[in-house]
Ligand binder design. Structure first.
Ligand code: CA
Length: 620
């Protein structure tokens, strides 16, 4: 009996050895990323991640003119190989074979394409102050293809009754309505993330990426995303991609079989970020607070990526470059910018801007203090030892002050004075006109709700955003007074745009069934946007504002040698006389101004401003 077990054990060991050695021969390549590359990139280096059974044991070999393997990085997990190539600037486009060798024997081969770049892609111009950005939550804008509402293998399926479920909106829906976006006067679109989110629930928002090289099939495909970019370009509309360097979705494919044990922070024990963004530049911050901020997870379903692992850092950088080149992007909106840490954010922004010097990236740093934002902007002279290449930031300080200005009593520090003083801090920014200004976005109450559903205040806010320095951004539906009942309810904030679904009884694209007020708001925004488009004075003109005197007015001017525009915001209930004498620096030589919205002309000598209104006067 004893002998029997021993022989059984031995044969088991032998079988294990036999199969072990056979399976070691069964190499396979499952993924190679980036999906392709291009010749003639500024940076000749490329990292290729190869993934497949046991391929870490093999040695890559490439025989292609101008392409050399610089180095091969092997990691703890032998299902990965990181191959670094040097692609000479004289290399010709074509396909090359990456052979994976076991000593002298070729085990596998992969055909990799080096494409020709499109003309002018290196000097692609990013969005700028001549643009106005339309922010769209793709699941909630328009359902252009009901066939992709449910896709096999994706657990989070269509549920239009659930605010946090998927509603079926997609890229085709946006393509179908480019005409609307164009006619409204928007010149850029920023889509909340469209990459695959194979998450069990709340996948509609897109911030839990599970594949960095694949558009979520419920939104469309990589090809359709590229088509959107091309069709937008035909109308002079720039495509901005939402990217997230800080975290991935917990169902990301590489997190099921991570390359290294340090691919994410706190892999075994969940730790949440403390959200203390100031720790990155605070001279008194403790290391533990700073570490908790950058390394803690944003939420439980989104593991925090470890960008101090150079293989991961490169993977993310080449992914960003791939999308810019592949889809012809005109900009990136970068989510939770500081959370990925200042070293990596420096490297990421600088490597992108080195490759595309005229490109634009706007970072989300949700702080209401300009000092916290300013150190992140390219060219900052603030006394921190930090050099970023980030051209633009989301102007949260102005957003908060605008709402304060419109809804709070005129007093010391509140009302218009608050907005006036926040703007005065522009001296801390190297380039205030590159900031993105907005009244609301997908993460906050709808602007109409923020101003207590007061249509006059809404119009004042829109006027400010459209005439102030910076790059305006609108959230889809704000032009038709979309509002949320419950405070901070993301599901309600990201409501379906009427007319985007064939079953809709109201249609904001055609105007059918919209209330008079909503239609008025839409016309108002449309008129302002199209006026702004043709008035470079707002894009690049100088700015001068006058101290509010607690009398319900805020007055500022956009001007250059050729033109002067006077903007007046009046919160008084009744028509109010405005003494224009103190504006003489800007009004001398002019006698009257014509309002761009109503066409009505106002005399500068005797000016009565309608109650609760905004005037945009072109001075003559
Ligand atoms: Ca759909």
């Amino acid at each position: 009996m004893k002998y029997f077990f021993r022989s059984l054990f031995l044969s088991f060991v032998f079988t294990l050895f036999l199969f072990g050695s056979i399976s070691a021969q069964e190499y396979a390549i499952e993924r190679v990323e980036p999906l392709n590359w291009w010749i003639g990139m500024e940076n000749p280096e490329l990292q290729i991640m190869m993934y497949g059974d046991d391929i870490g044991d093999l040695s890559p070999k490439i025989d292609y003119d101008g392409v050399d393997i610089e180095r091969v990085e092997r990691v703890e997990n032998d299902n990965y190989l990181f191959v670094y190539l040097h692609i000479d600037h004289t290399t010709a486009a074509g396909t090359m074979d990456i052979s994976l060798m076991n000593n002298e024997q070729q085990e596998l081969s992969y055909t990799y394409e080096l494409k020709e770049r499109e003309d002018g892609s290196a000097s692609r111009e990013g969005f700028n102050s001549s643009d106005v950005i339309y922010l769209i939550t793709p699941d909630r804008f328009a359902n252009g293809n009901p066939d992709n509402d449910e896709v096999a293998g994706y657990a989070d399926s269509l549920d239009m009754d659930d605010d946090y479920g998927r509603h079926g909106g997609d890229i085709q829906g946006i393509i179908n309505h480019l005409d609307y976006i164009d006619k409204m006067g928007f010149t850029a679109i920023w889509l909340n993330p469209v990459l695959e989110n194979a998450m069990k629930e709340a996948s509609y928002h897109g911030y839990a990426t599970t594949d960095y090289y694949k558009v979520d099939p419920r939104f469309g495909s990589n090809e359709l995303y590229k088509e959107l970019s091309e069709k937008a370009e035909e109308r002079g509309i720039k495509l901005i991609m939402d990217m997230i360097m800080n975290h991935a979705g917990s169902n990301h494919w590489w997190l099921q079989d991570p390359p290294t044990s340090d691919w994410v922070h706190y892999p075994d024990e969940y730790q949440q970020t403390n959200h203390r963004r100031t720790t990155l530049h605070d001279p008194y911050a403790s290391d533990s607070d700073m570490k908790k901020f950058t390394n803690g997870w944003f939420v439980r379903s989104m593991p925090d990526l470890n960008q101090s692992n150079p293989l991961l850092a490169d993977y993310m950088i080449y992914n960003s470059l791939w999308w810019i080149e592949y889809a012809g992007l005109r900009g990136i909106r970068h989510d939770t910018h500081p959370y990925a840490g200042k070293e990596f954010m420096q490297e990421w922004t600088c490597r992108i801007m080195e490759e595309y010097p005229d490109f634009n990236i706007v970072g989300e740093e949700w702080s209401v203090d300009p000092l916290v934002l300013a150190k992140w902007q390219r060219g900052s002279k603030l006394p921190t030892d930090y050099g970023s290449c980030l051209p633009s930031l989301m102007d949260f300080p102005i957003q908060t002050s605008l709402v304060n200005a419109l809804t709070k009593e005129e007093s010391w520090g509140t009302g218009f004075v608050n907005l006036y003083e926040t703007l005065s801090f522009d001296y801390v920014y190297p380039n205030p006109k590159d900031l993105v200004i907005f009244a609301d976005n997908h993460d906050m109450d709808r602007f109409y709700r923020q101003v207590n559903q007061d249509y006059d205040l809404f119009k004042m806010g829109m006027t400010y955003i459209m005439t102030m320095r910076g790059i305006p951004q609108f959230y889809y539906g704000t032009e038709i007074l979309m509002s949320n009942e419950k405070h901070h309810d993301h599901g309600q904030i990201r409501e379906d745009f009427p007319g985007g679904w064939s079953s809709d009884t109201k249609n904001a694209f055609s105007g059918n069934g919209l209330s008079d007020k909503k239609q008025q708001a839409q016309d108002f925004v449309k008129k302002l946007l199209n006026w702004r488009k043709d008035n470079p004075i707002i894009h690049d003109g100088k700015l001068m504002h006058y101290a509010p005197k607690h009398e319900g007015f805020y007055v500022y001017f956009r001007y250059n040698k050729k033109k002067t525009v006077m903007v007046i915001l009046n919160k008084n209930e009744d028509a109010t006389e405005l003494d224009t004498d103190r504006f003489y620096e800007r009004t001398q030589g002019f006698t009257e101004g014509t309002d761009v919205i109503t066409g009505k002309t106002y005399s500068l000598d005797d000016m009565t401003v309608p109650g609760r209104s905004a005037l945009i006067l072109e001075l003559k």
